[in-house]
Design a protein around this ligand. Structure first.
Ligand SMILES: Nc1nc2c(ncn2[C@@H]2O[C@H](COP(=O)(O)OP(=O)(O)OP(=O)(O)O)[C@@H](O)[C@H]2O)c(=O)[nH]1
Ligand SMILES: [Mg+2]
Length: 421
């Protein structure tokens, strides 16, 4: 068992003065911490082009070598996704293990994945990340063996070909298994659709407070009935979607979905692997884009989230912005400004304002009415009890009297069968 924490130097290349560069380095440190790696030093370089062979320029590599010696670091972590040859060349130059941002994120996801589906998705993403890097390895082995041309395949090369095929087979097997799980969940989702319960999805940057907001909503409206979700001050606390039914005082209800958070430079393979989980997002009736408004980089986080939603094909869905953690800012809260609501999940403040915004968006085609349904139309009473929000029921000579809020379409369809008051 490894007792000592690994010690790492984090390294970043600031390409064309990226405005979010220093924050992205801080985030890299947080990602390392989430992997139980201790950051003992940092090195950055401003460039107009990333060094294609070594990621860093020659001078910087010497500087890094000295820093590694001084801090006695065992790992170097780079802030971008490196190419197979960049990793190989850097490792050779530094004589240390070199990893990149993508590997860190994949490791965290692998560590945190709880459900079978999440575990399969992460493994697919990891294998897909590895595949091209195997090819890189083969090239270097080929050179060592001195083999050239197709006829002279070195032993190493053949073995790697085999490994490669094994990995490809494993990916296919995992994907088949995944498809089955996804099909199951789709059936569940279709069932919900049939019940016509609107679906509201919490999305946003990692650590923005999505899970906390979900819990605050549960606490405000259904304190006893529903289980809370995990909320924690760490990156990627949530890796699976969880769905809870929220029942409002006016007897309307909707489904609230908590999802995995986004991050800048989210590895492409991971987005692809998690696409099925995130399908919940693309099928939502409304998104609540949760923003950590106390983070100085929150505008950048909004941009990253919007970009990721676009990649998922969810950018056309109506969206409300929840400026969370307002308790840490100067902004007055709770307060509604257009499509934005300033609130604090931690202090459970702003839940009613948020709910009002949500209701305005998802219960659009409803109307308030009072009707009497003749006793020979008893099935209609049952129908409205299931599909409308019945407020009071009383029994009169001419039939069952309902005061309710129902869909305009339902009202129109059955208006010949009841008496409108
Ligand atoms: N001060 C303050 N802290 C908050 C508020 N909402 C959430 N937090 C804290 O922010 C941290 C992250 O909260 P989570 O709810 O786990 O965030 P998340 O968006 O679900 O994060 P991931 O699942 O990792 O994407 C936790 O430490 C929360 O206690 C708030 O309104 N005010
Ligand atoms: Mg969460």
């Amino acid at each position: 068992m490894e007792q000592l924490k690994q010690q790492a130097i984090i390294v970043g290349v600031n390409l064309l003065n990226r405005p979010d560069f220093s924050y992205s380095m801080e985030e890299l440190g947080n990602l390392a911490a989430a992997c139980e790696i201790e950051v003992v030093g940092e090195l950055t370089q401003k460039v107009s082009r990333i060094n294609a062979s070594h990621y860093l320029g020659t001078g910087k590599i010497q500087e890094l070598s000295a820093l590694i010696e001084e801090k006695d670091a065992s790992v170097v972590i780079c802030n971008d996704e490196l190419s197979p040859s960049q990793i190989r060349n850097l490792e050779a130059a530094l004589d240390r293990k070199v990893i990149d941002r993508t590997i860190l994120i994949l490791d965290i996801f692998a560590d945190r994945a709880q459900t079978k589906e999440a575990q399969l998705q992460v493994e697919v993403a990891q294998l897909q990340y590895m595949l091209p890097r195997l090819v890189g390895l083969r090239e270097s082995l080929g050179r060592q063996g001195g083999g050239s041309g197709l006829k002279n395949r070195g032993a190493g090369e053949t073995k790697l070909e085999l490994d490669r095929r094994k990995i490809e087979e494993r990916i296919t097997a995992l994907q088949t298994e995944l498809e089955k799980l996804v099909a199951q969940r789709q059936t569940q989702r279709k069932q919900r659709r049939k019940n016509e319960v609107p679906v509201v999805c919490l999305v946003g940057y990692t650590n923005a407070g999505k899970s906390s907001l979900m819990n605050a909503m549960i606490d405000s409206f259904n304190p006893r009935a529903v289980k809370q979700v995990l909320a924690k001050d760490m990156l990627f606390a949530t890796l699976e979607t969880s769905v809870r039914s929220i029942h409002l005082p006016d007897r309307k209800s909707f489904l609230l979905t908590d999802t995995v958070g986004f991050i800048s430079q989210l590895p492409h393979h991971l987005v692809k692997a998690f696409r099925s989980t995130l399908e919940e997002v693309t099928e939502a009736d409304l998104l609540i884009h949760v923003v950590d408004s106390s983070n100085p980089e929150y505008e950048q986080h909004i941009a990253v989230t919007v970009e990721t939603l676009k990649e998922l094909g969810a950018d056309q869905i109506p969206t409300i912005f929840a400026y969370n953690k307002s308790d840490l800012t100067e902004h007055e809260y709770p307060q509604v400004q257009g499509d934005c609501v300033y609130l604090s999940a931690k202090h459970q403040s702003g839940m009613e304002e948020l709910t009002r915004l949500i209701s305005d968006r998802i219960f659009l085609n409803y109307m308030q009415c009072e009707i009497v349904i003749p006793y020979d139309q008893g099935r209609l009473v049952a129908y409205f009890n299931e599909h409308a929000h019945v407020q009071t029921t009383s029994y009169e000579e001419s039939g069952t009297r309902l005061k309710m809020e129902c869909r305009v379409t339902d009202f129109e369809q059955y208006r010949g069968d009841f008496i409108q008051l």
